[in-house]
Design a protein around this ligand. Sequence first.
Ligand SMILES: Cc1cc2nc3c(=O)[nH]c(=O)nc-3n(C[C@H](O)[C@H](O)[C@H](O)COP(=O)(O)OP(=O)(O)OC[C@H]3O[C@@H](n4cnc5c(N)ncnc54)[C@H](O)[C@@H]3O)c2cc1C
Length: 396
Amino acid sequence: MALDFTFTDEQRMLEDSVYKWAINWLEPQMEHMYEIDEMPKDLFKQTGELGINGIVFDEKYGGAGLGYVETLLAYETIARVSNALSMTVGASQTLCFDNFRRNATEEQRAYVLPKAVTGEWIGCLGITEPNAGSDAMSMATKAEKKGDKYIINGSKIFITNGPVAQFMVFYAKTDPAAGPKGISTFFFEVDKVKGVKFEKIKKWGMRTSPTALVTFEDMEIPAENLIGGLNKGVAVLTSGLCTERITLSGCTLGGQRSCLELSLKYAKERVQFGKPIASFQTIQEKLANMYCGYKAGKFLAYSAAAYCDTLTNKSGGKGTDLDRMAAAALLFNGEMGTKIGLDAIQIFGGYGYCTEYAISRHFLDQKLWEIGAGTSEIRRMIIARELMRDDFKSGL
Ligand SMILES: Cc1cc2nc3c(=O)[nH]c(=O)nc-3n(C[C@H](O)[C@H](O)[C@H](O)COP(=O)(O)OP(=O)(O)OC[C@H]3O[C@@H](n4cnc5c(N)ncnc54)[C@H](O)[C@@H]3O)c2cc1C
């Protein structure tokens, strides 16, 4: 039984190349970009060259044909420098394009995926609405069929990459009276439609990851831009949630790891009362807790990813072990990320409160992971539901 995260040589090479790039290309820009809240130009072209964009896509689309362990590892490694930009890459590649890949036709995939892989296109995914967050099924955006077109009206909020996206996948009601059974999934190319507006939202954390309020006013899209079948949107939506929760755990894990590494270095260097602060037991307690939390969360996330990679159907969903494991990975890591971030700021004292120190960004970004991709409360509901399943017998 090997439970020591022995990565293959290929996985180690991926980690090394992503980390070198993140430290050499991203890190020097981060303080300024965070201040002005802009995504670094060419980010997706760079991640494309690194092979991250199409990491799970088939080689025929230019992808690397790897799995969710590699995706998680890539996202964790980017997040060692920027949790926010790791989320932005994940929102495009996993939330938007990977979900599209699962549900689109072969012809649609062949047209869209190569552009995602090179970074020519950035994607975004629209589920959340101003009045439909955790209760996503109560969405109000409508798609009405008129001839060979759908007319879209409504809005989506908190859409990661909205302000910079060339491609969007979103959900809308095609039969409002049918509730969740009347939701369908659509996509469009931003520069091929009229009647859509992307307005940037100001945030105090996850800066550099652009977020939008998206408004649709009589936006017309071709009827063939429906994917996954009419009124089958819930199946499409849930088919992506597990891999999203597992791989996005990497965003918080990378931030946690940097909080620990930076705190350890600082605690050894910072001298008070004639000694490094690392010699004080209350500081050591924080470092020890950070280590335990990071390692425990890492186990939850990578074991879920490794399990997912063994499955033929990687969609998970209600009634599957993957659903529980994915929700647990992000629940634990989201809450641990906030705790570890707080401990790190405390170790840095007043310097931790200053934006010139990377630790402040790591801390600010962490809180999102108790909210985004389904809140902690919703993840607990999913885990409890799966534990209480009559046929639940494995996984403890
Ligand atoms: C930076 C950022 C990026 C995001 N990116 C995207 C994106 O790309 N695409 C997208 O579609 N969405 C995105 N989201 C939206 C995110 O998924 C939602 O914010 C989240 O699902 C919660 O919805 P809400 O904010 O409306 O909160 P609400 O659902 O209003 O919840 C408010 C509080 O009530 C609690 N609550 C709600 N229902 C229950 C219940 N039944 N039992 C107990 N407690 C409950 C919640 O847990 C929370 O604590 C993003 C959000 C942020 C902040």
